[in-house]
Design a protein around this ligand. Structure first.
Ligand SMILES: Nc1ncnc2c1ncn2[C@@H]1O[C@H](COP(=O)(O)OP(=O)(O)OP(=O)(O)O)[C@@H](O)[C@H]1O
Length: 263
């Protein structure tokens, strides 16, 4: 399948197939053929039934896993490794932050690895912790914070080196409902302020609609793209008003019909 690629295309996934344990008796095709592209500044969510291959797809997009065939192109170059200009946020924040380092040091870690001059690092750490509303926790440790705050620190760390693309795998699945809403609004705010491109995997259809400009719907395993659904809810979104609007409810019905097992 050929997908349109423009000068503004940050990510292009073409005919991606992933077979685990290929060539053995335990071979398992997680992804059959997936193609889509992401434009600069877009917020794209990936949804699909459990086991559809969402995490597998994200691992291939990030360079953490190699596709069995097909390609991933990031910023015009075919991906062979984890690119330096990629930010990654996973569901399990408790395993992504080092408990023996302060939050500030945790956020600073990728800066040193990317050669940001020492004199610039402190200002960057303060800036991104400010972006996520946590300027006051720099000298505290992750274990002194709530789960939602720890995930904010993990987001700040991924933003500290100003990534071209932020990839998030179920980033809000381990927090309570109220914190989840707060983190969704936070990522929308940060995305607008910093003008970043975001690809987020979620099993939550309402979350995907609330956040996205477009939603890539995967079929059941081994997955193909069932549909790419545009979301025209405007720039400014509100947890109560947006979620109760007729457009939102119409999108939810459509997406449910796509991901329900009988569909
Ligand atoms: N490391 C692995 N080795 C072998 N098979 C794997 C591996 N990781 C995932 N799989 C298989 O690939 C398929 C897709 O799994 P994946 O975790 O990508 O789906 P998912 O859509 O993210 O699932 P969920 O919504 O339940 O989190 C499943 O059949 C799974 O068992």
């Amino acid at each position: 399948m050929s997908i349109p690629v423009t000068t503004q295309t940050v990510l292009a996934v073409e005919d991606l197939r992933k077979i685990y344990n290929e060539g053995t008796d335990a071979a398992n095709m997680a992804i059959d053929s997936v193609s889509f592209s992401v434009e600069k500044g877009e917020f794209v969510c990936i949804v699909g039934p459990s086991g559809a291959g969402k995490t597998t797809l994200l691992r291939c997009i990030s360079g953490l896993a190699a596709p069995s065939s097909g390609s991933v192109t990031f910023e015009g170059k075919r991906l062979t490794d984890v690119p330096a200009q990629l930010g990654l946020v996973f569901q399990d924040y408790s395993r992504s932050l080092y408990p023996w380092y302060t939050n500030g040091r945790n956020v600073a870690l990728p800066l040193a690895a990317r050669g940001v001059p020492k004199g610039e690092r402190a200002a960057r750490v303060a800036e991104v912790l400010g972006n996520v509303g946590l300027g006051h926790v720099e000298k505290k440790y992750p274990w002194e914070l709530s789960g939602g705050m720890q995930q904010r620190v993990a987001i700040a760390r991924a933003l500290s080196y100003r990534p071209e693309l932020l990839l998030m795998d179920e980033p809000f699945a381990s927090v309570d409902a109220q914190t989840r809403f707060d983190l969704e609004d936070l990522i929308l705010k940060v995305r607008t302020e910093l003008g970043i491109t975001v690809v987020l995997v979620t099993h939550d259809i309402d979350e995907a609609i609330y956040l996205s400009d477009r939603i890539v719907v995967l079929s059941k395993n081994p997955s193909v793209v069932k549909e790419v659904v545009p979301v025209s809810l405007g720039e400014s979104r509100d947890q109560v008003e947006t979620r109760s609007s007729p457009e939102f409810l119409e999108l939810r019905n459509h997406l449910l019909s796509l991901v329900m097992p009988h569909a």
